[in-house]
Write a protein of this length. Structure first.
Length: 114
């Protein structure tokens, strides 16, 4: 699972560089996200703009990351493609997550590939 991270003092943006988060990659996604977010910090924004498909395993992985962060460190989502947005809407996860339309209004810091 290809992820890279953009860090600012109070925001970590994790860019998913894959077209799918599905059963085949859900465990890898959770492991990589856990590695990224272990450091203390502020909000975490998950950029899903390159993800065109997510299944129940992928959705479960995103929810697991949210739970692992805890209530004091929110996980927000951005750039949902139509198919991914539909999954979040149909499962009512759009009421659980803060979903931003795009990253264009967020200041970017340095980028680190993983």
């Amino acid at each position: 699972m290809q992820l890279d991270c953009t860090q600012t003092p109070d925001l970590m943006i994790v860019h998913v560089r894959e077209a799918r988060i599905d059963a085949a990659g859900a465990i890898d996604f959770k492991d990589r996200m856990r590695d990224l977010v272990t450091a203390e910090g502020g909000r975490v924004l998950l950029d899903l703009s390159q993800v065109t498909f997510i299944d129940s395993s992928g959705l479960g992985a995103v929810v697991a990351v949210r739970k692992a962060l805890g209530p004091e460190r929110p996980l927000e989502l951005a750039g949902l493609t139509p198919a991914v947005e539909k999954v979040f809407r149909l499962t009512r996860m759009d009421t659980v997550f803060t979903i931003r339309p795009a990253l264009s209004d967020i200041a970017a810091g340095t980028q680190h590939a993983l």
